[in-house]
Design a binder for this molecule. Sequence first.
Ligand code: 13P
Ligand code: SF4
Length: 311
Amino acid sequence: MDFIKEIQKLRSEKNAVILAHYYQTGDIQDIADFVGDSLALSQKAASTPAEIILFAGVKFMAETAKLLSPRKKVLLPDMNAGCSLADSCRDDDFRAFIEENPGRTVISYVNTNTGIKALSDIICTSSNAVQIVESLPAGEKIIFAPDRNLGNYIASKTGRDIVVWNGACHVHEEFSIEAILGIRKLNPDARIIVHPECELPVRMIADFTGSTAALLNFTRKDPSMKFIVATEPGVIHQMKKENPEKTFIPAPPRDSTCGCSECNFMKLITLEKIYSCLLNEEPEINIDQDLLVKAQKPILRMMEISEKLGL
Ligand code: 13P
Ligand code: SF4
């Protein structure tokens, strides 16, 4: 079956939009109506006139789309597309953590399950985290969850008093600093670009640190012809499309037997699953109404701040 043709047919018959994250495979990025990072995808989910949103990404992203467009049908082609980072922070443990650290504003990364969002004051993504923290009055004390690397990165950038939850992403913590430096030795003209979910030693050797969208933007503007990319390699598809004359080298993980640093959750989504999901209109994201109302608030606060700051 020609899945691309069938998906295109179903998409227009059903007035559906396909939103894809940069970590999806190239064929999915190419068929999507919109490809972006977590922030841009949230903004798109909030503003789309389509009746159905099919999310080619992971569960927390589809849930965020549902929170922003609760009356729309939001579909995720594989409900097992989770996130190790989101799962490193469980509701009861986080509730206890907030109680142990009273009087702090709770900022959570969008890579969280809905229950954690409902316990938070503001949500952020890697694109706007620093600016959201800086938008708060100086002296305001903060809890940041769940990513320890992003949390420490924000604390070092802003100098704010931040207590950080001890969670991490299994993909971004796997990069090998030795292997990256080895590649750089062979390619002294290459720029090392890094996602803030990477560990400090990797961030320390970076020429640029930023969200997937910021990394893509950097490769567009920077005059360098070679980049060592320390994030999930799906983003290299867009980098190559936009800069065909430049070279992109995926940063290798510590365990060289697995070869690359793909996110196994992101890669659960396939064209075939997108086709059957659109056809059957399931699996569908459903969120309990009370939880939805609680989890919506901190996301809307993020959207407001982002809009005010022009992000
Ligand atoms: P972005 O916020 O850059 O889209 O990253 C999302 C993500 O899952 C990183 O691992
Ligand atoms: Fe989650 Fe890491 Fe995959 Fe991003 S790359 S979706 S943080 S497991």
